[in-house]
Design a protein around this ligand. Structure first.
Ligand code: UD1
Length: 425
């Protein structure tokens, strides 16, 4: 386990290129099993979650190798369509192999994913959708393992009760090689869902309605070899925008399409930050005390992303007045509250409606804090940058799940931040 040590007080300045997208890479890595051949994925982030998805590919019998940030996958042979319990427990996104392996092998054995640190995270929408597509489901080991099989996936109309990102992706993955047409109503519209569709289309899939709540997948007999470049990570970009704002810095993020983060940029503008877009670059600078935000509610895209809630909470802890955040996607995503309080933040929780009320302070102070989840950990590093003195973020391995090297990136903008061993704290 590593920790991050931050000495606060540096205003971030300079230019930074944004890594490839985690939430696009994970479903696309699962999708590589569908084409029975070669996939070349460029701009693939070297993060723990990606390494974990690759480990599963290898357990399935695929061959993989890296050259820089390019990932090569050969999925000609699948030796066993089963994903171990250990793999699913390590990372919930392993559930994306459900649709992908059903598409490729017509069979999958996969452990039932439990909840995680941010909430219960059920998979009933995924399973109900598969059942409607002619898949038989069987629960083994007292419901801990799911075995799904089909003689042929048959397209159907799928109505999602909530626009779940994972369920939408699993249905797309299962439908790509099915018989007939699958229509997904109330589909998730996240850019990473569109990116999965882009990848599959490049490999020969037939998909329409990309980026809308109504997606249509017409099954094809087979897919072919494909080379694909992953989009930049909008949440990593958003995290660094909040770091620049919280330190009253002035910096440019390059190679990052700001449209994908519109809801976050709009909130940052309301805090008084100036944001300028030119080509694929975004400059953010902040000269005056940050202003509070009356209410932020996390919502499915294009609403404010749950994955940016913790980082924005750090920013609003420093605003001149009272802000309110309502977390509407995951029930346990306020674990940073007690950590931020150690740094001098004033936050009140109203658990009944998942509401956090923040009274901004002029300065946070350094403290020893613990990262409980990926985005929460990154948000604590951002708080450390804005705080007086030294902050140690323990449990920083959770941050490495999604950030290639948060210390490298923030140091490039002038931050005083480094990894250290847990004992050092
Ligand atoms: C979610 C986020 C995604 C984020 C990812 C990682 C949303 C809508 N989704 O995706 O942006 O990148 O976490 O943090 O913000 N649900 C069910 N049954 C299901 C599936 C989901 O009840 O079968 C519920 C979940 O409990 C949750 C909501 O639907 O409250 C959204 O879940 P979903 O979008 O599926 O989660 P992820 O795919 O993990």
């Amino acid at each position: 386990m590593s920790s991050i040590e931050v000495i606060g007080g540096e205003q971030l300045k300079g230019e930074l290129k944004i890594q490839g997208s985690k939430n696009a890479a994970l479903p696309i890595i699962a999708a590589t099993v569908l084409n029975k051949g070669a996939t070349i994925l460029k701009n693939c982030p070297k993060i723990l979650d990606v390494l974990h998805m690759i480990k599963i590919l290898e357990e399935l019998g695929c061959k993989t190798k890296w050259e820089g940030n390019t990932l090569f996958v050969d999925s000609s042979v699948i030796t066993s369509p089963s994903v171990s319990e250990e793999s699913v427990r390590k990372m919930r996104s392993s559930i994306l192999y459900l649709g992908a392996l059903l598409g490729r092998c017509h069979e999958v054995t996969i452990a039932y994913p439990g909840g995680c640190s941010i909430g219960k995270r059920p998979i009933d929408y995924h399973l109900n959708a598969m059942a409607k597509m002619n898949v038989t489901e069987e629960f083994l080991k007292e419901g801990e393992i799911i075995h799904c099989s089909t003689n042929e996936i048959i397209g159907n109309d799928i109505f999602l009760e909530f626009p779940s990102v994972g369920a939408t992706q699993n249905v797309i993955l299962a439908a790509a090689l099915s018989k007939g047409i699958t229509r997904i109503f109330n589909a998730a519209r996240e850019p990473e869902v569109t990116e999965l569709c882009n990848y599959l289309q490049e490999a020969g899939a037939k998909i329409s309605g990309k980026g809308t709540a109504y997606l249509q997948v017409e099954g094809v007999k087979e897919l072919h070899d494909v080379t694909f470049t992953l989009m930049p990570d909008r949440i990593v970009a958003g995290t660094y925008l909040t770091a620049i704002a919280a330190t009253y810095g002035d910096a440019i993020l390059t190679d990052f399409p700001a449209w994908a983060l519109d809801s976050v940029i709009r909130v940052l503008k309301k805090t008084g930050c100036r944001i300028e877009n030119f080509e694929n670059n975004v400059r953010v600078y902040c000269k005056k005390r940050l202003q509070p935000i009356e209410l932020i509610k996390t919502q499915p895209y294009p609403g404010f992303p749950t994955d940016m809630q913790s980082q924005m909470m750090t920013v609003l802890c420093l605003a001149d007045g009272e802000s309110t955040i309502m977390e509407e996607i995951f029930e346990s995503r306020y674990q940073n509250v007690k950590e931020l309080r150690k740094m001098g933040a004033k936050i009140r929780l109203e658990a009944s409606d998942n509401k956090a009320i923040l009274t901004g302070v002029k300065k946070l102070h350094g403290a020893v804090v613990t990262s409980h989840d990926l985005r929460g950990g990154a948000a604590l590093a951002v708080a450390g940058l804005a705080a007086e003195g030294k902050t140690i973020v323990q449990g920083a391995t959770s941050i490495e799940r999604g950030y290639e090297d948060i210390c490298r990136d923030l140091s490039a903008l002038g931050a005083n931040i480094r990894y250290c061993s847990e004992n050092a704290s």
